[in-house]
Each structure stands twice: as C-alpha cells, then as structure tokens.
Design a protein around this ligand. Structure first.
Ligand SMILES: C[S@@+](CC[C@H](N)C(=O)[O-])C[C@H]1O[C@@H](n2cnc3c(N)ncnc32)[C@H](O)[C@@H]1O
Ligand SMILES: [Zn+2]
Length: 368
C-alpha cells in the first residue's frame, strides 16, 4: 500500500518516483502563472515532459484548469504509479501518458504541429539538451518552464563545464545564485533568437538548491545585445559592474585595482521577472490564501528592476570589518540616501541595490 501525500489541492502517491517537497515553491509559482494564462486565453494545453509521479499534471488541471495535459516520463517503471495517480485525479479523456525520451517527444509533437501553451521540463542537471527542442513545441505566446540543478557549473566552480553547457564562462563571486538564473535565461534567449524569436522571463526562482525560470516565447523583435552580456566582479573592492560586448578588454573598476574585474558570461542582463504577471499571480495567490507565495511574489516584484547582482550582508560586514548590518535598516537607510534598495528572494541575508558597495559599507557602518 503506497503512502498518499497532498500538495496544493491534489493527492497522489510517490512510489518509486523522484519527488521533492522543497520543489513545491517552483510548482506553486508555475500553477499560479498557468492559472493567470488560462483565465486570459480561455485554454491551457500542457506538455509535462518529465513528470515523475505526475504531481504537475494533477496540479495544472485541478488548480490551473488545464484543458489537456500530456504527461511524459522516460522511466517506464513509473508507469503504475503515474497511471494510477492520473486516473484518480484527472478528468477522463483530458490527458495522455507516454514513456519516451523528452527530445523524441518534442520532435514527434513538432512533426504533427502539436504545440503547447505550457511546456514544463523538470530535468536533472542542466536543461540545455532540451532547450532548443522544447522551443519547437511551445506556442508563440506560450510558456516554457525550465529547471537547472547544475549549481557547481553555474556558481563558478566548474567554468569549463558552464562553457560547455551554457556557452558562458561562469566565475565565482558573492552573487552566484542570481548568476545561475541568468545563465539559464541567457541560454534560452540566445536559442530563441537563433530561430528568429525572443523570450521574456515571466518569473525566475531559486529555492536554495534549484534554479527555475519560466519564459514566454514571443515573435521576433530586434535583438538587443544589451540584454545579453557580462557581469564583472572586482575582487579588490567587491563592486559588481555589467559589461557589454564592445567593452570587452576595457573593463576596469573605479577603485583603480591593479587587476581588472573578472567576467562571467555571456548571460541574461534583462529583468528576472515580468512585473505585470507577478502582480496577477500575487492576486491569484491572495484569492487562494497562499500568504507565503504572495509575500515571495512581492519580494520578486521589488527586485525585478534592480541591477543583475546582490550583496550578501556577510560580504559587507567582512569588507567593512564590522558586524553584519541589519538588512531592513540598511535598505531603508540606502533608500533615504536616494538609492533603490530591496531584499531579494535569492538570499534572505542579502540586498539588491543601485548603491555602490562602498556606499553600502559606509551606510552600514553609520548604522552600527
Ligand atoms: C526531477 S524529476 C521530475 C519530478 C517531477 N516533475 C516533480 O515535480 O515531482 C525528473 C524526471 O525526469 C525523468 N527523466 C530523466 N531524463 C528524461 C528524459 N530524457 N526524458 C523524459 N524523462 C526523463 C526522470 O526519470 C525523473 O522522473
Ligand atoms: Zn574595485
């Protein structure tokens, strides 16, 4: 007898499938975005390419109102638990189950011109082997949801690996959780652009272990190189900069350090989230009484327009040789000085701000 678990509105058995409670935040946000799109477009067809025990098909239908869900899982040993979960929790004739490699499925769907409003690729490691193919089955205007568990490569501990996988050299610095999201989005943006399309991030989330990004696939617009460039970090003073392609070879820090900043990239330098979508998702979270998710969405909304990096409080304390400053008082003090500053969902013990690091340290010291 398999144990039944409940998540959101749905109940299911896990059996031998891979299922993590900690990933619920990623599933909750996807359900909110899918709900908003279903309400706006009147239809939602989902392709869940790596479904495991089928928690996502259940949630996309029961909570987001999906009209049709294709649940695919390469491992045929999950057939029993998956078919049982979906038979018990889905409306008949509104779903199908297959056990194929995700790329085979994408090729097959594309050949039949069977396109989806939401394509979910919850892969292990890097999603790169599935990005270009998943884009072929995502409707124009539709959503593609990607997962990366490739923390070693994205945090600068394996730059050769990140080069192979993301086409970008990732260096180590204090804002690597954000870098993981930006490498992932940058890869999708470049792959979409190679096909004459563009993407817009809907939301990006890091739950402490896993990076996830949901993007909307849009028709072609002029390629904007300023959205796909480099993050520079000065090891001497701790200041981050962004650098465009024409600045390569000329990046210097205003602190006058002997060594130039180290560069990571190319990666996505645009917004991490689509604020109007976050607002709609937060309203839905409120209707459902999802207090924690609503608060997370508010934090994401506040960070969306800030520079593509953050400063951990411990880093400010270390560089300023002082105790770790209190986060919310530092944010307020920086705002009082005319800078934008906010907490970030990427690290509860960090701030995002337009203020230079020297100002952050001076402000923190004044507070101490
Ligand atoms: C992270 S788990 C999925 C978890 C599930 N989406 C959830 O939210 O609980 C990844 C799943 O993808 C399956 N998988 C791995 N490679 C695959 C491939 N190339 N095509 C389809 N499924 C694959 C694995 O068997 C595993 O069940
Ligand atoms: Zn410097």
């Amino acid at each position: 007898m398999l144990e039944t678990v409940t998540e959101g509105q749905v109940s299911f058995c896990i059996g031998p499938a891979f299922y993590r409670v900690q990933s619920q935040v990623g599933r909750d946000l996807a359900v909110l975005a899918a709900t908003v799109d279903r309400q706006r477009q009147g239809e939602l067809r989902v392709l869940d390419a790596m479904t495991g025990c089928g928690v996502r098909p259940l949630r996309y239908q029961q909570e987001a109102g999906a009209d049709w869900v294709w649940a695919n899982e390469a491992n045929p040993e999950l057939q029993a638990v998956l078919s049982r979960n979906l038979a018990e929790g889905m409306r008949p004739d509104t779903y199908c189950i297959t056990h194929q490699d995700a790329n085979q499925l994408f090729f097959d769907c594309y050949q039949r011109r069977d396109f989806y409003d939401l394509v979910d690729v919850d892969s292990f490691g890097s999603p790169t082997p599935f990005i270009s193919t998943a884009l072929w089955v995502t409707k124009l205007g539709g959503l593609l949801y990607l997962t990366s568990t490739d923390g070693r490569a994205t945090s600068g501990h394996a730059p050769d690996k990140s080069l192979q996988v993301y086409g970008a050299y990732a260096r180590s610095h204090p804002a690597v959780h954000e870098q993981g999201l930006r490498l992932l989005i940058g890869r999708v943006a470049q792959q979409a652009a190679a096909r004459g399309l563009q993407i817009q991030p809907v939301f990006s989330v890091f739950n402490g272990q896993v990076h996830r990004a949901m993007v909307r696939l849009l028709a072609h617009a002029a390629w904007d190189s300023s959205l796909y460039g480099f993050l520079a970090y000065c090891h001497s003073c701790g200041q981050f900069h962004t650098a465009g392609w024409r600045q390569l070879g000329r990046v210097q820090c205003s602190c006058g350090a002997e060594h130039p900043p180290v560069l990571s990239g190319p990666l996505w330098l645009g917004r991490l989230h689509d604020c109007p979508m976050l607002t709609a998702m937060a309203a839905q979270a409120e209707r459902w009484g999802w207090v924690e998710r609503r608060s997370l969405l508010q934090t994401m909304w506040a960070e969306a327009e800030l520079p593509p990096y953050y400063y951990p409080l411990a880093e400010l304390g270390r560089r300023g040789r002082m105790d770790i400053p209190p986060r919310d008082r530092l944010i307020q003090a920086l705002c009082d000085r005319g800078y934008q500053a906010t907490r970030t969902h990427l690290d509860a013990q960090a701030i995002k701000t337009t203020a230079p690091i020297a100002t952050c340290i001076a402000t923190a010291r004044a507070l101490a």
